[in-house]
Design a protein around this ligand. Structure first.
Ligand SMILES: Nc1nc2c(c(=O)[nH]1)N[C@@H](CNc1ccc(C(=O)N[C@@H](CCC(=O)N[C@@H](CCC(=O)N[C@@H](CCC(=O)O)C(=O)O)C(=O)O)C(=O)O)cc1)CN2
Ligand code: MET
Ligand SMILES: [Zn+2]
Length: 770
């Protein structure tokens, strides 16, 4: 047998992870029930075990030969890794020792006594992880209990299973110096201390029956310094040299490995799992250039694990055909964990069946992976029917009228440079806005949403189910807006919001009103912890049949003399938090969305709205992982924002808002948005961003958040005032705003009342010292 046919004959199907929540988000309900004291720890653990078993069953039924374990999490798998290596912050240690589960949730969410770990975006996805906190005094200790238990469960159920772990290099490079540790401390210096802990976990997993263990090293698809590449080489040299270990599969995804590829190819590990989709496609040529992976296993991620379009099976088979020559054994997978896509298209009864055939969620992707593995192992003849159906579905998508609207295309082509610039520079606009708005120094505002109470969600569910009519629903929304406006007036907020009660989600709400978008009923994807989103599917050319927000915004403004901010989601975020079409450049799609939003901005301005906020929380997360790809992205992204906002008068104040990210490396792009005011998340990272903005001489108005809205914890007035003073040390008073980190939709009213009282008091106190 030649190497190629041996590799082909052995081809197996596998995936790296699967949605955790269950068909009806049973996990969310159980965890939130546990927090409220309505579900006991035993019942919570039973639900979790039931969901894991159901997932493995589903994967096995789809034809997956080797299922992942350890990808399950009660909250976040990076936090699970911190627990696995014993990196529990001192402030949470007592809670963790008293009760592991409660301590775990305390690290994730914080308690009144101890702040939670910081949360940030997982690479360029909409998933958030809890940032490990490390310092020179960190003592690691192996705790393999969760990994071993989940492997044992899968094995007991008869599955061939492969534990999936966050790799040591990725773990350290995603970590931050713990509070109190010098900010220039480099967690990677702890590698020598961490490797023995991984060695112990690997030995435990081997003892529990693991033939293979997967170590995920997605940080290696980012630009890395020589020192970091050396550290990666050393890590895998040492782990590879262990005698008591399972075989090691090192995985990367989301982009090409570049210079890291040769490091991993040379490492004494047993296999590599590589992404061959989207920006990672160059991995194929790069693999040829390093001489393949002789003697190793290659897991080929040829099915896009983070978008929802069906795979082009014929194209994947041809790619796999090339890859077969590169390794001893070639297996088939999705490009990354299926955590980032919804579970099952079969639940989507409202999507036109013709269009539903273009879509593959996690369950369908598992089937695609299995089909491809069978195709190369047993010959394409054995999958002829699937190939024919796939060809027909792909053709139906590419010829559909949904994807081409001549009016949208003509308008997009006619955009001029002048459309993307406000005629007056910021320096001229600022005084005009000051004269119109007459705000005090350190004006207070919020980011848009107020609590999305279960009453509001129930009202929406009742409307959908026909239990109430539109008039009844709208009465409910109007009443909520009245409450939110009068609360803000009483509290003494300066620039008000209507509170977004009518929005199920800041992206989905707009998508549902735009032509060219599809919405899902059950397409939940985990965003963080127990919070999920249903990313809409941007399938065609985008247009706005009628105004989307003018009615509720003007209603709110009619209730007060203070300015009410108009509130829109920006074009980049609309793309980032949707599943976007992959049949044209993102820049073209962004322009369609921007033009639709530009009309909304213009309608809001015409209706008298003096302040319009265009949220771009996803601007940073969508930044390409490789530096070389960034300038072209930032050019179209900032242009789309300016196209959205560039048509307004000088005295109309444009705000933008960003959260969940490090902003330091995109400050010039933030300036390029030409927004008048930006609010940023800053509370959990102790105002770091305020200093960064000051160092960069950022010239416009800024509201670095002084209330961490991701925690049920209420910061006291002194703490809020301290944060505000820290910001004031970096940003002059005439350009500083006081606001929370982000919207208040996930918080409860009692927390919001207290926290905003403290925020207004802090602003007043600091104002009095000016
Ligand atoms: N798309 C998006 N991405 C984002 C964010 C965001 O706001 N949107 N913010 C950041 C992440 N933060 C997030 C903050 C909150 C929630 C969140 O609250 N999600 C809600 C769901 C929000 C929603 O879609 N609500 C709908 C549907 C609610 C629902 O659960 N409906 C039930 C039935 C209704 C019921 O009886 O409760 C169902 O359809 O099954 C509504 O209000 O109408 C949740 O997990 O619970 C998600 C992400 C970053 N990425
Ligand atoms: C994730 S950014 C959220 C912005 C939105 N306006 C809100 O307040 O909820
Ligand atoms: Zn936000």
């Amino acid at each position: 047998m030649t190497a190629t046919s041996a590799a082909a004959a052995a081809a197996r199907a596998t995936v790296y992870g699967y949605p955790r929540q269950g068909h009806h988000r049973e996990l969310k309900k159980a965890v939130e029930g546990y927090w409220k004291g309505r579900v006991g720890a035993g019942a919570l653990r039973e639900t979790a075990a039931m969901l894991r078993a159901a997932n493995w069953r589903q994967l096995a039924d789809a034809g997956i030969d080797e299922v992942p374990t350890g990808d399950f999490s009660f909250y976040d798998h990076v936090l699970d890794t911190s627990v696995m290596v014993g990196a529990v912050p001192d402030r949470h240690r007592a809670a963790v020792e008293a009760d592991a589960l409660d301590g775990y949730f305390a690290m994730a969410r914080g308690t009144q006594e101890a702040a939670p770990l910081e949360m940030t975006k997982w690479f360029d996805t909409n998933y958030h992880y809890l940032v490990p906190e490390l310092g020179p005094d960190t003592v690691f200790a192996a705790n393999s209990a969760k990994q071993v238990a989940e492997l044992s469960e899968a094995v007991a159920l008869g599955h061939t299973a492969r534990p999936v772990l966050v790799g040591p290099v990725t773990y350290l490079l995603l970590a931050k110096p713990a509070p109190g540790v010098a900010p220039d401390f480099e967690p990677l210096t702890l590698l020598d201390r961490l490797l023995p802990v991984y060695a112990e976990v690997l030995a435990d997993l081997r003892a529990a029956g693991a033939a293979w263990v997967q170590l995920d090293e997605p940080v290696l698809v980012q630009d890395r310094t020589a020192a970091e590449l050396n550290a990666a080489a050393r890590a895998y040299r040492e782990l590879g040299a262990l005698t008591d270990r399972p075989r090691l599969l090192v995985a990367s995804y989301f982009d090409r490995l570049g210079e890291s590829l040769s490091v991993l190819a040379k490492a004494p590990v047993d296999g590599l799992a590589l992404d061959f989709t989207g920006p990672a496609a160059p991995n194929l040529d790069d693999l040829a250039a390093v001489g393949g992976l002789p003697g190793k296993r290659l897991v080929a991620g040829v099915v896009d694990g983070r978008n929802v379009w069906i795979n082009d099976l014929a194209a994947s088979l041809s790619r796999l055909g090339t890859l077969l020559g590169f390794a001893d054994r070639v297996d088939v997978s999705a490009s990354c964990s299926l955590l980032h896509v919804p579970l099952d298209t079969a639940a989507e009864r409202d999507i036109d069946p013709q269009i539903a055939r273009w879509l593959a969620f996690a369950r369908q992707k598992a089937t695609e992976v299995a089909t491809l593995a069978r195709g190369i192992a047993q010959g394409t003849g054995t999958i002829a029917a699937q190939l024919a159906a796939n060809r027909a579905d792909l053709a139906s998508r590419s010829t559909s009228t949904l994807t081409r609207d001549p009016a949208v295309r003509a308008r997009a082509e006619a955009v001029t440079d002048a459309d993307t610039r406000r005629p007056e520079p910021y320096a001229e606009r600022a005084p005009a806005q000051r004269a119109r708005l007459r705000l005090p120094a350190l004006p207070t505002t919020t980011i848009g949403s107020f609590p999305q109470t279960s009453e509001l969600r129930t009202a929406r569910a009742d409307l959908r189910a026909g239990r109430i009519d539109t008039a009844g629903y709208e009465q409910r929304i109007a009443a909520e807006i009245q409450d939110v406006i009068s609360f803000q007036e009483k509290t003494g907020i300066d620039v008000l919001v209507h509170g977004e009660p009518e929005r199920n989600d800041m992206v989905q709400y707009f998508a549902e009103q735009l032509t060219g978008y599809l919405a899902t009923r059950h397409g939940w994807v985990q965003s963080y912890g127990t919070r999920y989103v249903r990313p809409p599917i941007l399938a065609g050319d985008i247009s706005r049949p009628e105004p989307m927000t003018v009615r509720w915004t003007t209603y709110a403004q009619s209730l007060t003399d203070r300015p009410v901010k108009g509130m829109l989601t920006g074009p980049v975020t609309m793309l980032a938090w949707s599943f976007v079409r992959d049949d044209q450049p993102l820049a073209d799609t962004a322009r369609h969305v921007a033009l639709a939003l530009r009309d909304e901005v213009s309608d809001l301005e015409a209706a008298g709205t003096a302040v319009i906020q265009v949220d771009e929380p996803a601007l940073r997360e969508t930044l390409p992982l490789r530096t070389a790809d960034r300038p072209s992205y930032l050019a179209w992204a900032t242009e789309a924002f300016r196209l959205t906002t560039g048509g307004v008068r000088a005295d109309t104040q444009i705000h933008t808002h960003m959260c969940y990210a490090e902003f330091g490396d995109i400050l010039p792009a933030i300036d390029d948005l030409d927004a008048d005011v930006i609010s940023l998340e800053a509370a959990r990272s102790h105002m770091q961003v305020a200093t960064e903005l000051a160092d960069a001489h950022y010239p416009r108005e800024v509201g670095p958040g002084v209330y961490d809205i991701h925690s049920p914890r209420v910061p006291g007035p002194a703490e809020t005032a301290t944060l505000l003073r820290t910001a004031l040390a970096a940003i002059p008073a005439d350009r500083l705003w006081a606001n929370p980190d982000c919207g208040l939709k996930t918080r409860a009213w009692p927390e919001v009342r207290a926290s905003l009282d403290h925020l207004v008091a802090a602003a007043q106190e600091v104002r009095s010292t000016l």
